[in-house]
Write a protein of this length. Structure first.
Length: 148
């Protein structure tokens, strides 16, 4: 984080440094500092998908359900094919007790995973493969439900 802060001292608008520092701070448990940097990045570039997604996850961790859904919807607006956006939206709706919307979001994620190599990594989730995410989603759907 210190290395990225040094870069930001010289170039405050460096998007890579802002996002990398925000991600490291989130991973280290400093949600407030992470959120501040991610929000700063979105002020510079409102189309930054990763910062938007990070803010959704930070909002979930803080119990801010409406803010979480706002950012998840925004990720899907920015990148309709963003598998993790659909997956996390499904988790959000499942936690809120809205099974219909949860199933729809999870089905969208499955559709986007179709045809991908099962051993390929899922971008944004360290150690998760396409096959692992597919199995996770299938395990969340009711028995007998047709997967897309």
């Amino acid at each position: 984080v210190d290395a990225f802060r040094r870069v930001l001292a010289v170039n405050p608008g460096n998007e890579r440094a802002l996002y990398s520092a925000a991600r490291l701070l989130a991973d280290g448990g400093d949600a407030a500092a992470s959120r501040a940097l991610a929000e700063r990045l979105l002020a510079l570039n409102p189309l930054h998908l990763e910062a938007t997604y990070l803010l959704a996850l930070l909002a979930r961790g803080a119990g801010e359900r409406e803010r979480e859904l706002h950012y998840l919807r925004r990720t899907l607006y920015l990148a309709p094919g963003f598998v993790l956006g659909h997956f996390q939206t499904g988790l959000h709706h499942a936690a809120a007790g809205n099974g219909r919307l949860a199933r729809r979001s999870l089905a969208n994620a499955l559709r986007l995973l179709r045809g991908r190599d099962a051993e390929a990594p899922v971008e944004g989730v360290e150690g998760m493969t396409v096959g692992g995410l597919r199995e996770t989603i299938l395990g969340m759907l009711p028995d007998g439900e047709d997967a897309p």
